[in-house]
Design a protein. Sequence first.
Length: 102
Amino acid sequence: MTAIARQLAEAHQEQDPRNLRYIVSTRQAALAATTPSRPVGDASVYVIQMEGSFERRLRHREEPLRGRFMMILVDAETGQVTDWSISAQPFDLSELGQALPL
């Protein structure tokens, strides 16, 4: 999981992310706690949150997406990243359980 988090951080212009933490949850619970998305299915996921200076250029936006926090959902069975998000504020993951250091 650490390698996945660092690779995604680097892809978003952050070379040294800090405070990498994770929680084991389900995709629906994680997205319900952090976004208005409601996916089909309910796979087990690792919810990773980290701090840094993240940036991503998007085709449909003139200004890049920037934020100090990144959240990543990794499918626990396949190891594939299913979702990610960048935010100026930390994501409130408290209802998902106790975050553990990566």
